[in-house]
Write a protein of this length. Structure first.
Length: 473
């Protein structure tokens, strides 16, 4: 009689990422709730059960329940002896929601799932439906795309028979299986997504990563954030307790409430009392980041291929080599970072070498414009699909920190070559390459100011709201 309610639905977009912090869980749940409130006008009657289930889940999270349960009638669960923690009282009486005739549920594919086990977990007990999906040409495509983490949404009758099923076969197509009178039909429908601007703000107490996590900022957005301010802030040495950040970024949400983060549109970083701001502005060249005054901030080279690392061995023409046990030039710098840390291309480039070289171990060489090459050594692995001749964008992941070749511990050996001669990546000559800005002036500036004003206004509001909220805590 008892069945797992939609907790996994709330977490589905985290499936496969390994660990989920409770804070992020709550945050994500709220994001989903927010999305719902925005779209509730278009909800069908059947979606009411989904909404009430989700609200119940939120309550359970807030009340500290580690698992979320609800009751669906007419279902035999064999040896699943689960005691309901919060019953329908939460949904029906606290929230005044009436029990609908159909149950909508979302879950996601787990490792080792078969279609039968997945449906069973969602309380569907319908051999006829499973047989149809197996034998139908259109519906059976589901078996070829059941990757772990993929969402599935079903509607079922109280007796556990399937009413409908929606499953994303790929980014463009959703498989829809529906019961029509006494049989089933399978169709493919186009996937839809809605775009919106999301915002987040946080205060740093221990690390930027912890603060970003608390703020519910997706990792890809945090990475963009560090790039945006990397010419002004050294994220390893400059961060202070009490620093704050605010971000407005694009995101698209699909029908399974899976949110795909996109580009940062505006951001603010307050570091040691000093405020830095960036805003995205689309130009005829494709768009770029500027200060609110129209000063270009684009760095032609990133300061470091690993934003959070420290130099353990500098550039020198002479040093005692720990493995070779002899004095030898070190024509690069060593950046200490844990095994597997992602390494980013410091500028747009073409891959000229990706493979093994004596001493360097697994190594990547990138060719940039203006006679500059960069070299990344001792890697544990390469980015998937990386190959010689490939064009790489600045900030793109190229490989992972390791200790292959002559290395005593995990670190990145990084070289910066100008006209084929290694230069000190931290030296003055290389630093001139770090910055190449284009400023907006004249008539274009008025257009720029008008176009970016709403984002700046929004940035002003984010911290104001956060500060007001903190006063009530
Ligand atoms: Zn080195």
């Amino acid at each position: 009689m008892v069945k797992n309610w939609g907790l996994s639905a709330c977490l589905s977009k985290n499936q496969g990422s390994g660990k989920i912090s409770p804070m992020k869980m709550i945050k994500n749940t709220f994001q989903i709730l927010k999305h719902w409130i925005l779209t509730q006008n278009s909800l069908t009657k059947a979606s009411d059960s989904r909404r009430s289930g989700m609200v119940a889940t939120i309550l359970m999270l807030l009340f500290g329940g580690a698992t979320a349960f609800g009751i669906t009638p007419g279902l035999s669960t064999g040896n699943h002896s689960i005691t309901p923690v919060i019953e329908d009282i939460t949904r029906n009486e606290l929230l005044g929601v009436s029990t609908p005739g159909l149950y909508t549920q979302q879950d996601s594919v787990h490792n080792g799932d078969t279609l039968a086990s997945l449906l069973y977990r969602m309380g569907v007990d319908d051999q006829e439906a499973v047989s149809f999906i197996r034998s139908d040409n259109t519906a059976s495509a589901i078996f070829r795309s059941m990757a772990p983490g993929k969402p599935i949404r079903i509607q079922k009758n109280p007796n556990g028979t399937l009413v409908s099923l929606r499953f994303p076969l790929n980014d463009q197509q959703i498989l829809k299986v529906s019961r029509v009178a006494d049989h089933f039909e399978a169709t493919l429908v186009a996937a839809s997504e809605s775009k919106e601007l999301l915002q987040a703000t946080g205060t740093i107490y221990s690390s930027l990563f912890a603060a970003a996590d608390n703020a519910g900022l997706p990792d890809s957005v945090t990475r963009q954030l560090t790039h945006l301010f990397s010419t002004d802030i050294d994220f390893h040495n400059d961060l202070r307790r009490g620093d704050t950040f605010s971000v407005i970024y694009e995101a698209s949400t699909d029908e399974f409430d899976q949110i795909k983060p996109g580009r940062i549109m505006a951001a603010e970083f307050v570091n040691k009392g000093q405020t830095f701001r960036r805003v995205y502005y689309a130009t005829t060249d494709g768009g770029d980041y500027f200060t609110p005054e129209g000063v270009g901030i684009k760095a032609s080279f990133l300061r470091s291929p690993i934003p959070f690392s420290r130099v353990t061995s500098g550039f020198t023409t002479e040093r005692f080599h720990p493995i070779l046990k002899m004095w030898r030039a070190h024509k690069g710098i060593d950046l200490a970072a844990p095994m597997g840390t992602p390494i980013e291309a410091v500028a747009n480039a073409t891959v000229v070498f990706a493979g093994w070289k004596n001493g360097y171990g697994n190594v990547i060489e990138l060719r940039h414009s203006n006679g500059v090459d960069t070299v990344y050594g001792h890697l544990s692995g390469f980015a998937r699909g990386l190959r010689v001749g490939e064009k790489i964008r600045q900030g793109e992941l190229i490989g992972y920190v390791g200790m292959t070749g002559w290395a005593t511990g995990p670190h990145l050996h990084y070289e910066f070559k100008i006209n084929n001669v290694q230069r000190d990546p931290q030296g003055a000559e290389v630093r001139r390459y770090l910055r190449a800005s284009v400023n907006i002036a004249g008539r274009a500036k008025n257009q720029f100011l008008a176009a970016t004003a709403p984002l700046i206004k929004e940035l002003n509001a984010i911290r104001g709201t956060a500060t007001a909220a903190a006063n009530f805590e």
